[in-house]
Design a protein around this ligand. Structure first.
Ligand SMILES: O[C@H]1[C@H](O)[C@@H](O)[C@H](O)[C@@H](O)[C@H]1O
Length: 579
C-alpha cells in the first residue's frame, strides 16, 4: 500500500481557552516536518505557539463539517468522477451563457420575421428581459426546491424548461410568442445558474472548490462566446436566428442524458436519509480514501443535517429564512453575496452582452458581430485568468484590481461617446460624426472593460456558496442569485431607454459612478476568503467584516497548504505509523 496521509483535521490544537472550543492559529516559523505531528487519536496539526500577537487569530468552529471535508480533501488528487460531475453540472453554465448570449445577434437577424415588422427598442428590451425575468422567478425558489427534490432533479427540470422555451421560440412568428419562449427558457436559466455552482461546491474537494466553481463561469462565458460565434455565422442565413435558438437543444440533451446516469450530491442523500447512497458517491469521489473516513464523513453530514431546524418542510424553510436574517454572520454573508451580485449587474456588463451588436452598429461598425466576438472572447479569456488567480492571488485582490480598472474604462467610454454625438429615432441610432476614431476608442475600452470585469466581479460573486453555512446555504444563495437576475432584468429592460433618454455618454458615466462606489463597498466589506475553511468564513463574519483578520488568516492557510503538500511527499515516521 502506498504511503499517504489519510486525513488531517484543520483544527489547530486548542490553546488555553476556557471553553475548549476556540482555537488559536498562529504562524509557525519552524520547518513543517518539525511542526506537524500526527497521532492516531487526535489527527490534529500541532502548531507552535504564536509568537507575534498581531498574527493571532481566534477561530471558533461553527460546525464539524469542515473538519471532515478537510480530512477528506487533504492529500487527495481530484478523481475522474469529480471531474465528470463538475463538467456535467457546468453544462448549465454553458446554457446560461449561450441562452443569454445569442439574443444579441438574434435581435439583429430577426429583421421583420416577427409580426412582419422591425422590432422597436421597447420590444427588443422585452424579448431580452423576458429571460432575466424567468430566471429571477425560478432562482427565488430553486434553493429550497434543491433541498426538497434534489440538485440533480432540479437540473433535469431546468433541461425541460430549456427544451420547451427553445421550441416555442423556434416556431415563433409573433413578438409575444417569442417573448414567452424566452421567459420559459429563463425559468431553466434561473434554476441552472443557482444549482450548478451549488452542486459543484458540494462535490468539490475543499482545496480546489474555488477553481472548480470557476469552471462553471468558464463554461458560462464560453457559452456566450459560442453564441456570438454562431450568431455571426448565421447572421446572413435566412431564419438563421431560429437555428441559433435550436442549437441550444444540443447541450440540454447532453446534460439530461448524462444526469440520468449520475448521482446527486452526498449531502442531498444525507438530507433524504439515504446514507448508503451518500457513502457510495463519496467512495467514487475519493478513491484514495479509506472506508473509515468515508463513514466519518457521512456521520458528519448527518450531524450537520440535524442542525437544520423544523419538523416539516415549510417550518424548516421559515426557520432557515429567520436564521438567515437574525444570525449576524449570516446577515453579513447576505450583504456580501447580494452586494456582489448587484454590483456585477449594475455596473453594466450585461448591457454590452445583450446589446453589443446594437451598440457597435451605432458607433458605425458594419461587422458588429465580429466585434462582439472579440468582447465575449475577452470575457472568456480573462475568466480563465481568474481561474488561475482566484485561489492564489485571492478573491478580494482580484476584485480590487478589476473594479477600478472597469471604472477607468467606463469613464473613457463615456467621454468618447460624448464626442461621437449620437441621436435616436425610436428604432435606430444616428451618429452625428459618422464613423470616427472615437468609435475605435469606444471599442478598445469596451474590451478593456470586459477584461477587468471578467477578472473580478464577473467571476467572484458565483463563489457565493462559501459565504453561507450549510443550514442556510440554499436560501442564502437563492437571495444572491435572485439579486443577480433582478439586476440583469433592470439593466436589460432599461438600457436602450437609458441610451435614448440620458445619452450613451450619460449611461456609461452612470455605470462608472456605480463602479466607483463598488470599489468602496468591496474595500470595506469583502474579506479575503481564499483558502479559508467554511467555518472560518463564519467566524470572520461573526462580529464585523474583519478584513484585516481575513487577510492574515488567508495567508496562513496558504502557508499551511504548502506545508501539508511537502508533508505529502516526505512523510515522517509518525505519519507512516499513523497508517
Ligand atoms: O458571471 C456571469 C458572466 O460574467 C456573464 O458574462 C454575464 O453575462 C453574467 O450576467 C454573469 O453572471
Amino acid at each position: 500500500m502506498g504511503i499517504h496521509i489519510p486525513y488531517i483535521t484543520s483544527k489547530a490544537s486548542p490553546s488555553n481557552d476556557s471553553d475548549g472550543d476556540s482555537v488559536v492559529l498562529s504562524n509557525d516559523h519552524e520547518s513543517p516536518m518539525k511542526s506537524v505531528k500526527l497521532t492516531s487519536e487526535t489527527h490534529e496539526i500541532q502548531r507552535a505557539p504564536a509568537s507575534d500577537e498581531e498574527d493571532r487569530i481566534q477561530i471558533k468552529p461553527v460546525n464539524d463539517e469542515d473538519d471532515t471535508s478537510v480530512m477528506i480533501t487533504f492529500n487527495q488528487s481530484i478523481s475522474p468522477f469529480i471531474i465528470i460531475l463538475t463538467f456535467v453540472a457546468s453544462i448549465s453554465g454553458f446554457l446560461f451563457g449561450y441562452d443569454t448570449g445569442y439574443i444579441s445577434s438574434a435581435l439583429i437577424s430577426i429583421g421583420t420575421d416577427l409580426d412582419n415588422k422591425v422590432l422597436t427598442y421597447g420590444e427588443k428590451e422585452i424579448i431580452t428581459a423576458a429571460t432575466s425575468l424567468g430566471a429571477l422567478i425560478t432562482s427565488i425558489f430553486a434553493g429550497t426546491a434543491a433541498d426538497i427534490y434534489g440538485r440533480k432533479r432540479c437540473l433535469m427540470g431546468s433541461n425541460l424548461m430549456f427544451v420547451i422555451g427553445a421550441v416555442v421560440q423556434v416556431s415563433a412568428h409573433t413578438f409575444w410568442q417569442m417573448a414567452i419562449g424566452r421567459l420559459v427558457m429563463g425559468f431553466g436559466v434561473g434554476i441552472g445558474s443557482l444549482i450548478s455552482p451549488l452542486f459543484i461546491s458540494e462535490i468539490a474537494p475543499k482545496m480546489i472548490r474555488g477553481r472548480l466553481t470557476v469552471i462553471n463561469s468558464l463554461w458560462l462565458t464560453g457559452g456566450q462566446l459560442v453564441a456570438y460565434g454562431c450568431g455571426a455565422g448565421l447572421n446572413y442565413v435566412n431564419n438563421g436566428w431560429r437555428i441559433l435558438v435550436g442549437l441550444s437543444l444540443v447541450p440540454t440533451a447532453v446534460q439530461f442524458t448524462c444526469l440520468c446516469f449520475l448521482p446527486d450530491t452526498p449531502r442531498y442523500y444525507v438530507m433524504k436519509g439515504d446514507l448508503k447512497k451518500a457513502s457510495e458517491v463519496l467512495r467514487r469521489s475519493y478513491t484514495d480514501t479509506s472506508e473509515e473516513i468515508i463513514d466519518r464523513k457521512v456521520e458528519e453530514l448527518v450531524k450537520l443535517n440535524h442542525s437544520i431546524p423544523g419538523k416539516n418542510v415549510p417550518e424548516r424553510v421559515w426557520n432557515t429564512i429567520k436564521e438567515l436574517h437574525t444570525v449576524p454572520s449570516n446577515l453579513r454573508a447576505l450583504v456580501i453575496g447580494c452586494g456582489l451580485q448587484a454590483i456585477q449587474q449594475f455596473t453594466g456588463w450585461n448591457s454590452l452582452m445583450y446589446f453589443s451588436g446594437t451598440i457597435f452598429e451605432t458607433v458605425g461598425f458594419k461587422n458588429s458581430s465580429a466585434v462582439s466576438i472579440i468582447v465575449s472572447g475577452t470575457n472568456f479569456i480573462f475568466t480563465l485568468v481568474a481561474f488561475f488567480c482566484i485561489d492564489k492571488i485571492g478573491r478580494r485582490t482580484i476584485l480590487l484590481i478589476g473594479l477600478p480598472g472597469m471604472t477607468m474604462a467606463l469613464v473613457v467610454c463615456a467621454i468618447a461617446f460624448h464626442y461621437l454625438g449620437i441621436s435616436f429615432d425610436g428604432t435606430s441610432a444616428v451618429v452625428a460624426s459618422g464613423f470616427s476614431s472615437w468609435g475605435i476608442v469606444i471599442i478598445i475600452f469596451i474590451i478593456v472593460f470586459a477584461a477587468f470585469y471578467a477578472l473580478g466581479i464577473g467571476t467572484v460573486p458565483w463563489q457565493q456558496s462559501e459565504l453561507f453555512p450549510q443550514n442556510v446555504r440554499g436560501v442564502g444563495t437563492s437571495y444572491a442569485t435572485a439579486t443577480n437576475w433582478a439586476g440583469s432584468l433592470v439593466i436589460a429592460s432599461t438600457f436602450l431607454t437609458m441610451l435614448q433618454n440620458i445619452t450613451p455618454a450619460g449611461t456609461f458615466a452612470f455605470f462608472a459612478g456605480l463602479s466607483c462606489l463598488s470599489v468602496v463597498f468591496c474595500y470595506f466589506c469583502y474579506p479575503e476568503l481564499s483558502g479559508l475553511e467554511l467555518e472560518e468564513v463564519q467566524t470572520i463574519l461573526k462580529d464585523g467584516f474583519n478584513i484585516k483578520a481575513s487577510k492574515a488568516l488567508a495567508k496562513k492557510r496558504k502557508q499551511q497548504v504548502v506545508r501539508v503538500q511537502q508533508l505529502k511527499y516526505e512523510p515522517t515516521e509518525e505519519v507512516i505509523e499513523d497508517i
